[in-house]
Design a protein around this ligand. Structure first.
Ligand code: F0G
Length: 433
């Protein structure tokens, strides 16, 4: 299908090969698909599903399998592991009074987060355009993913991260995959501002979700869920909101799926932010009349963002899907993380915001009894071992979380035992009682 870049603010268009990140008016750019050249939805759906039986890497990828709706590139340009082969698990809907509840585990991607879906597209496009170096700002996962894809593509990578505010697993990945890692004295939002300036002035390819090709890849979370659920989508799709890339990508996916005739009824998006990093939720309360950035703070470092770059696209997504934006406390996030971890849907704190948010929305009857919901689990448990161990050892006060006695019940720290089989057997019997 043919594509062009289009400004979401003023509608100006540019050739898809144009290396700009924004419109001349400053607005965000979309990769616009020309739908009139699309095959009929039944034929397209059959083609997507037939690729599941293929052994070609692009067909095995849960991103490139949908290439007609993502991006079409010569095979030699595509940098793929392949990614996007993530499972969708059924959870017990009864405690929330729902008819069905699912979790799509994007932490099962090659670098452990959903970022790989966007990164394979952004880095492949960058290789296609002959990029000399790749750069991003990150709360951790984007840098881990970029480091990996840059290494596979043999393109140098620079990542800017907020000093001391990224989870250990993510830092380890960026270093291990050979990214030039720059820790800045400032927040993610400061880093984001810096990389946008530098990209424009120093011929560096920016691959944050400001890059519209990233979002084309992330749309496939919705496409993949649709096919895994037997060609349907639930009443609600619940996702954490930080820089609002997923929110924007999901909105665009749903707009396109409706226009193409894949779906008649549009699911509602529920965007969940941490209370201490909730500029989008605050704007939503005022009907998006006004936006105010904030100084973010939350245990969920992945979404510790006060000035999301994708704001305008995210507003469009909420309006199109009749969506909602809500907040949860850090204690609620950790409780939800514990509950998901215990079902072996292990995740990092930001991802658990989904269950915490869904709990709040069912309590408030925004999500009604008998409805169905899909949680997007954005990142793997191994990303943030420090928080997991603090939760398991009853050290949540050390994370700055006060007044949450229920979290103490989550503790099951390791017990020191003598190296004596009889004593160990006695302890096992005690524990089994
Ligand atoms: N969940 C996880 C695990 C994330 O890493 C992020 C974002 C989000 C949710 C929020 O997604 O930005 O699309 O609203 N992490 C970025 C990063 C910012 O740098 O890794 P969003």
């Amino acid at each position: 299908m043919n594509r062009q870049l289009i400004c979401v603010t003023c509608g100006s268009t540019y050739p898809v090969e144009d290396r700009r990140l924004r419109c001349d008016c400053g607005g965000l750019l979309d990769v616009q698909l020309h739908m009139d050249s699309a095959p009929p939805p039944v034929a397209l759906a059959a083609r997507f599903e037939s690729r599941l039986a293929s052994r070609v890497p692009q067909d095995l990828s849960g991103v490139w399998r949908y290439r007609e709706l993502v991006l079409e590139l010569p095979a030699d340009d595509i940098v793929t592991f392949p990614e996007g082969r993530t499972n969708l698990y059924a959870l017990d809907p009864a405690p929330l009074g729902l008819s069905a509840l699912w979790a799509k585990h994007e932490g099962e991607n090659p670098t452990g987060s959903f970022k790989d879906r966007g990164m394979t597209v952004a880095v492949s496009w960058a290789r296609h355009q002959g990029a000399r170096a790749l750069i991003c700002a990150s709360t951790g996962n984007t840098s881990a993913s970029l480091a990996a894809y840059g290494a596979r593509a043999h393109i140098p990578v620079f990542v800017l991260i907020p000093n001391g505010k990224i989870a250990q697993g993510k830092l380890a990945q960026a270093l291990a995959y050979g990214a030039h890692t720059l820790q800045i004295d400032g927040s993610f939002d400061d880093a984001m501002h810096a990389v946008e300036q530098m990209a424009a002035q120093h011929n560096l390819t920016l691959v944050n979700s400001l890059n519209p090709f990233r979002l084309e890849g992330q749309k496939t979370i919705i496409l993949d869920s649709f096919f895994q659920l037997g060609r349907m989508l639930p009443d609600w799709i619940v996702v954490p909101g930080g820089n609002l890339g997923n929110t924007s990508a999901f909105g665009k996916a749903l707009i396109e799926m409706k226009a193409l005739g894949f779906i008649d009824r549009v699911p509602r998006l529920a965007i969940i932010q941490a209370e201490g990093a909730s500029p989008f939720a605050r704007a939503a309360q005022g009907g998006f009349q006004h936006f105010e950035p904030m100084q973010p703070e939350t245990v969920a470092t992945a979404i510790r963002i006060g000035n999301p770059v994708n704001y305008a696209k995210a507003v469009r997504a909420i309006r199109f899907t009749d969506g909602v934006v809500t907040t949860v406390t850090d204690a609620e996030i950790l409780q939800a993380k514990h509950d998901l971890d215990r079902q072996a849907i292990g995740c990092e704190p930001a991802s658990a915001a989904t269950l915490a948010g869904l709990r709040r929305l069912t309590r408030e009857q925004v999500v009604r009894p008998g409805e169905s919901a899909l949680l997007i689990i954005t990142g793997n448990l191994l990303k943030d071992p420090d928080t997991t161990i603090a939760l398991a050892t009853g050290q949540t006060a050390a994370l700055g979380i006060q007044g949450a006695p229920s979290l103490d019940a989550c503790a099951n720290g390791p017990r020191h035992v003598p190296s004596d089989p009889e004593t160990i057997a006695r302890i096992i019997e005690e524990e089994l009682q």
